[in-house]
Write a protein that binds this ligand. Structure first.
Ligand code: FAD
Ligand code: NAP
Length: 492
C-alpha cells in the first residue's frame, strides 16, 4: 500500500486502457517510482475479432496498416523491377492474402508478447479486465480470476476508441471495419469502403495494391479537414491506380444474397438510387471514444456536450485527480505519437516534478495512401481563414522523383506546397508533400516548423541530391505569380 496523504490507496496510478497513451504513461510513472496498474480489455467485434495487449495502433491500426501498405507497395516495386533489369514474369505475380495476413498477425503477436514482458520488467501490474468507475478513486473490474476493486490516488483514462457502424439495415450484420480487415480469414475480394477519411483511403489503397477491386464511397469530400487541393491530388492518384470513387453518396442498406455476396444500395446527392454487389463492405466512417461504458457518472467526470469525448486542460479532467490522454480527448489529433507523448509528459508531471506540458499544435501526420501524403501545420484554406488571403504566400511545385524515370512511373501527382506568411521573413505555416516516403520526408520539417522555419531559411538550406525531400529546398514559385510549377529538369 502506498501512503498518500490521509488516504491509503492500493496504487499511485491506475490506468484504464493498455494502448499507446496508457502504456506510455504507466511505464514512465513506474520508472519514476510510482506503484502502477494498467487495465486493458478488448470487446470482440460483431464478427468476433479480438486481439491482445497494446491497443489500437499495434493490433488493428498503424502497424498492420503500414505492413499491408508496404505489401501493396512491393507489388508496384515488382513491376518497376523489370524496368531495372530484373528478369521476372510479372503476369504470374500475385499476392497471397492468407500468407500476408499470417505474417502480419505473427508480428502483432510478437509485439503483444514483448509488451507483456516489458510491463513485467518495468513493474507495472497488467490486469486483463474491463475497468469501470465505482467512485472517483475506485475502479472495479472482472478478470478470469474474479472480481477486483482497485483504489488509486490518480486515475488515467486512456481507453481510446472503436470504429462506428452506420445505422443502415445490414451494417452491423454484414459489414466489417478496420478492426476486422487485418485478420480477415477469407481474402476481401471486391470491396466497398464507406468513408473517405484516413482509414477509408488507406484501406482502399492497400486493397487495390494487393490486387482487389476497391471502391470508396464519399459522403461529402475526401479527407475533410486536410488541405483540399492535396486531397484532390491524392484522389486522382488513387483513381489513376484503379481505385473507384462514388462521390456525394450515402449507403442505404446492405443485404446478403444467396451466393454470399453483399448487395449494397445507396443514393447520391440527387436522391438517385444505385446498387452493386461486393464481397466485403468496410465501414470507415469515424470512431467513437469508449467512454460511455466507464460509468463516469460514479466519478463525476463529464463529457464534452452530447459527445463521447473528454475535454481536458493539460490532460486534467474536471475531477482534478482524474486525467485523460489519447483518442478520448476532445479536438486533439487522434495519433499514436500524440497519445504517447502526452502520456509520458503527464507521468513526469505527476511523479517527476516536471512542469512540461503537451503541445498539440504542428503535429505532423501522413496518410499512407499508395502515393503518400504527409503534412505539418496549416492547410492553405486554414491559413487564409486565419490570416487573410493577402497575408498568405503559397509556394508550390510538381517534381520528378529520380527513381520514377526508369520504370516511367506517373509523376502527375508528385506535388509539394509550402504555406507561409507573405510579409517579413515569411514564417512557414504549413508544409504539404505528396510522393513516396512522405512520412520520412515530413518528419524533420516538423521540427523545423517548431523552430520557426522561414522561407529564407528553407530556400537557403542545401538539399540532399537526388532525394524527394530536397524539393522543399528548391521551391521558389508562388501561386500568386501564376508561373508554371512543373519541373524543368531533374537538376535545375
Ligand atoms: P488505444 O490505442 O485505442 O488503446 C485503448 C485500449 O484501452 C484498447 O486496448 C481498448 O480495448 C482498451 N479499453 C477500452 N476501454 C477499456 C476499459 N474500460 N477498461 C480496460 N481497457 C479498456 N495513428 C498514427 O499515428 N499513425 C498511423 O499510421 C495510424 N494508423 C491507424 C490506422 C487505423 C486503421 C486506426 C484505427 C488508427 C490508426 N492510428 C494511427 C491512430 C492510433 O491507432 C490511435 O491514435 C492510438 O492508438 C490511440 O491510442 P490510445 O492510447 O488513445 O488508445
Ligand atoms: P475520419 O477521418 O473522421 O473519416 C470518417 C469518414 O467517414 C469521413 O469521410 C466522413 O465523411 C465519413 N462518414 C462519417 N459518417 C458517415 C456516414 N454515416 N455515412 C457515410 N460516411 C460517413 O475517421 P477515420 O478515417 O475512421 O479515422 C479516425 C482517426 O484515426 C483519424 O482522425 C486519425 O486521427 C486516425 N488515423 C490516423 C492514421 C494515420 O496517421 N495515417 C490512419 C488512420 C486513422 P464526412 O467528411 O462527410 O464527415
Amino acid at each position: 500500500m502506498a501512503p498518500t496523504g490521509e488516504h491509503l490507496f492500493d496504487y499511485d496510478l491506475v490506468v484504464l486502457g493498455g494502448g499507446s497513451g496508457g502504456l506510455a504513461a504507466a511505464k514512465e510513472a513506474s520508472a519514476l517510482g510510482a506503484k502502477v496498474a494498467v487495465l486493458d480489455y478488448v470487446t470482440p467485434t460483431p464478427i468476433g475479432t479480438k486481439w491482445g495487449l497494446g491497443g489500437t495502433c499495434v493490433n488493428v491500426g498503424c502497424i498492420p496498416k503500414k505492413l499491408m501498405h508496404q505489401g501493396a507497395l512491393l507489388g508496384e516495386s515488382l513491376k518497376d523491377a523489370a524496368a531495372y533489369g530484373w528478369e521476372l514474369q510479372p503476369e504470374n505475380i500475385k499476392n497471397n492474402w492468407a500468407s500476408l495476413r499470417q505474417a502480419v498477425q505473427n508480428h502483432i503477436k510478437s509485439v503483444n508478447w514483448v509488451t507483456r514482458v516489458e510491463l513485467r520488467d518495468k513493474k507495472v501490474e497488467y490486469i486483463n479486465g474491463l475497468g469501470v468507475f465505482k467512485d472517483s478513486n475506485t475502479i472495479q473490474t472482472v478478470t478470469k480470476q474474479g472480481e477486483r476493486t482497485l483504489t488509486a490516488k490518480y486515475i488515467l483514462i486512456a481507453v481510446g476508441g472503436r470504429p462506428r457502424y452506420s445505422d443502415i439495415p445490414g451494417a452491423i450484420e454484414y459489414g466489417i471495419t478496420s478492426d476486422d480487415i487485418f485478420s480477415l480469414k477469407e481474402e476481401p475480394g471486391k470491396t466497398l469502403v464507406i468513408g473517405a477519411g484516413y482509414i477509408g483511403l488507406e484501406c482502399a489503397g492497400f486493397l487495390k495494391g494487393l490486387g482487389f477491386d476497391a471502391t470508396v464511397m464519399v459522403r461529402s469530400v475526401v479527407l475533410r479537414e486536410f488541405d483540399q487541393q492535396m486531397a484532390s491530388i491524392i484522389t486522382e492518384s488513387m483513381q489513376e491506380r484503379g481505385v473507384k470513387f462514388l462521390f456525394k453518396c450515402l449507403p442505404t442498406s446492405v443485404e446478403k444474397l444467396d451466393d454470399g455476396k453483399l448487395l449494397v444500395r445507396w443514393v447520391n446527392h440527387a436522391e438517385e438510387e444505385f446498387y452493386d454487389s461486393y464481397d466485403t463492405v468496410l465501414f470507415a466512417i469515424g470512431r467513437q471514444a469508449l467512454t460511455k461504458q466507464l460509468q463516469l457518472e460514479n466519478a463525476g467526470v463529464v463529457l464534452k456536450g452530447e459527445g463521447d469525448k473528454i475535454d481536458v486542460v493539460n490532460e486534467q479532467t474536471n475531477v482534478p485527480h482524474i486525467y485523460a490522454v489519447g483518442d478520448v480527448l476532445y479536438k486533439k489529433p487522434e495519433l499514436t505519437p500524440v497519445a504517447i507523448h502526452a502520456g509520458k509528459l503527464l507521468a513526469r508531471r505527476l511523479f517527476g516534478n516536471s512542469t512540461a506540458t503537451m503541445n498539440y499544435d504542428n503535429v505532423a501526420t501522413t496518410v499512407f495512401t499508395p502515393l503518400e501524403y504527409g503534412c505539418v501545420g496549416l492547410s492553405e484554406e486554414h491559413a487564409v481563414e486565419t490570416y487573410g488571403a493577402d497575408e498568405v504566400e503559397v509556394y508550390h511545385a510538381y517534381y520528378k522523383p529520380t527513381e520514377f524515370f526508369v520504370p516511367q512511373r506517373s509523376i502527375a501527382h508528385c506535388y509539394i506546397k509550402v504555406v507561409a506568411l507573405r510579409e517579413g521573413d515569411q514564417r512557414v505555416l504549413g508544409l504539404h508533400f505528396i510522393g513516396p516516403q512522405a512520412g520520412e520526408v515530413i518528419q524533420g520539417f516538423a521540427a523545423a516548423i517548431n523552430c520557426n522555419l522561414t522561407m529564407s531559411i528553407l530556400m537557403n538550406t542545401v538539399g540532399i541530391h537526388p532525394t524527394v525531400a530536397e524539393e522543399f529546398t528548391r521551391i521558389n514559385i508562388t501561386k500568386r505569380s501564376g508561373k508554371d510549377p512543373n519541373p524543368q529538369s531533374c537538376c535545375s
